[in-house]
Design a protein around this ligand. Structure first.
Ligand code: DC
Length: 441
């Protein structure tokens, strides 16, 4: 995993990146140190860093090495010389920022950076980690803080690092440098400093380094968990599909009615088997709600846990369940719901409840009707386990669009949506009974 941390100077990037790397056991990679080392090395050879052509001609000879010490600290070597301390002066800050504007310098250094972070878990800090060097990074963070806060931090840092030279710099000077460097880093034509669209923005002005480290570590851990869950989702879905196909001869019709984007997958409800059956039948990833008690059922509980299920308890107020569903829909997911409210008592279709139109209009999403046949026989009410064999069919009907009801008054729209949903289920049932010819309605 790569955690890319970008942001202007003085946002606490280095402290935070080091802390995150330590906390997660990742390799820490400071790409600013590389620009600084290159600037130091060029300058040490008497090269005028304003002379872009000369710098570009010399940069391929730049030999760079990072050594990790026993305590985890890093030592940087430029042309074999330990420059770890020397690269932290204000003069080198300015020179590093200068050479970082040359496209060919960047090209050469980016190549080394990519090779360095290849096949390791790394926290990489710089200016273009999330935008250019590692656009595929799993976690992208953009740190920011006001120029005054950053200058204050840099000034204190310089006082600590160079106490003997404290009369050579002032807070005002550091603030001026920060502003100048921001301008140079943000306005250069190649890889300017900017937030990647998928980066998480953290303002560190009023946060301690520990708080920022905790925040980023939590983001990385939840990303890792989600990635693992996605893999598990695919695996468990394939297993469930195989089981339903082999033991229940699962047949699916009408998947061409599926559209991209959020939708309520609205099904009739006859059995506990309905959520996994509809999940398996959908051509893309879906979510559903399940009673908390079902998660305790042996095997079945395990199965639904991995199929993007969300537990709801009897005690949970309707309001929080609705909030959860609307949240999922608004973030673009498809959610399976059973608008009849509960399982059928006798196997027949039941009236549609008001919750369906409410959710549709709140989330402004379509309804994808689906009729499920055979689950009533496969796992009848009152039985602890499903039968061993059976026949299950799932039919998707044409979607119901929320825009069709937008201009009706609220009550009228609700009734019309419920009527359309009821008609759709009856039509799909009839289509199956008539021999499943052509496209489902
Ligand atoms: O993070 P730092 O202050 O040590 O970086 C020194 C300079 O190097 C900074 O002014 C901008 C430049 N830099 C860059 O352009 N791209 C990076 N990935 C890292 C640093």
């Amino acid at each position: 995993m790569i955690i890319a941390i970008d942001g202007p100077a003085g946002t606490g990037k280095s402290t935070v990146a080091k802390g995150v790397a330590k906390k997660l056991g990742f390799t820490y990679f400071d790409t600013g140190a590389m620009y600084r080392s290159a600037a130091w090395w060029l300058n040490n050879q008497g090269i005028d860093l304003e002379d872009a052509d000369l710098v570009v001609r010399e940069i391929p000879k730049f030999a760079y090495e990072i050594k990790t010490e026993a305590d985890g600290g890093k030592k940087y070597f430029a042309g074999g010389v330990d420059v770890s301390h020397a690269i932290r002066t204000p003069e080198i800050s300015t020179l590093a920022s200068k050479i970082a504007t040359y496209p060919d310098v960047r090209k050469a250094l980016v190549k080394i950076q990519r090779a360095y972070a290849q096949s390791v878990d790394a926290v990489c800090e710089g200016r273009d980690m999330g935008t250019v060097v590692f656009p595929q990074a799993e976690v992208k963070i953009y740190l920011m803080a006001s120029p005054e806060t950053r200058a204050e931090r840099r000034y204190r840092e310089l006082l600590m690092k160079f106490p003997d030279a404290s009369d050579t710099f002032s807070y005002e000077q550091v603030l001026n440098d920060v502003r100048q460097r921001d301008h140079q880093d943000m306005t250069r034509s190649v890889s300017p400093l900017k937030q990647a669209p998928d980066a998480v923005l953290i303002d560190t002005s009023d946060l301690t380094a520990t708080q920022v480290i905790e925040k980023i570590a939590a983001i990385a851990q939840s990303k890792k968990k989600r990635t693992a869950m996605r893999c598990s989702y695919g695996f468990v879905l394939a297993l469930a599909r195989l089981y339903l196909k082999l033991f229940f001869r699962l047949k699916i019709y009408g998947v061409r009615h599926f559209r991209p984007g959020s939708a309520i997958i609205a099904a009739n409800h006859a059995s506990y088997l309905d959520p996994p059956v509809v999940s398996v039948s959908c051509p893309e990833e879906v979510h559903f709600l399940a009673k908390e008690s079902l998660f305790k059922a042996p095997l079945f509980g395990w199965l639904i846990r991995y199929l993007n299920s969300h537990p709801v308890s009897r005690e949970t107020a309707d309001a929080s369940t609705f909030k959860l569903i609307i949240g999922l829909l608004k973030s673009g997911h498809k959610v399976i719901l059973f608008p009849e409210g509960g399982r059928t008592k006798d196997g027949s279709l039941q009236p549609i409840e008001r919750g369906l139109p409410f959710l549709m209009m709140k989330a402004k999403c379509r309804i994808q009707p689906v009729y499920v046949k055979g689950t009533w026989d496969a796992w009848p009410p009152g039985k602890n386990l499903p039968k061993l064999f059976g026949k299950i069919t799932c039919v998707f009907g044409s979607p119901i669009e929320w825009e069709d009801f937008e201009y009706f008054d609220k009550r009228d729209a609700e009734q019309r949506i419920m009527d359309r949903m009821g008609e759709s289920l009856r039509a799909l049932k009839q289509w199956l009974e008539d021999g499943a010819n052509g496209d489902p309605p």
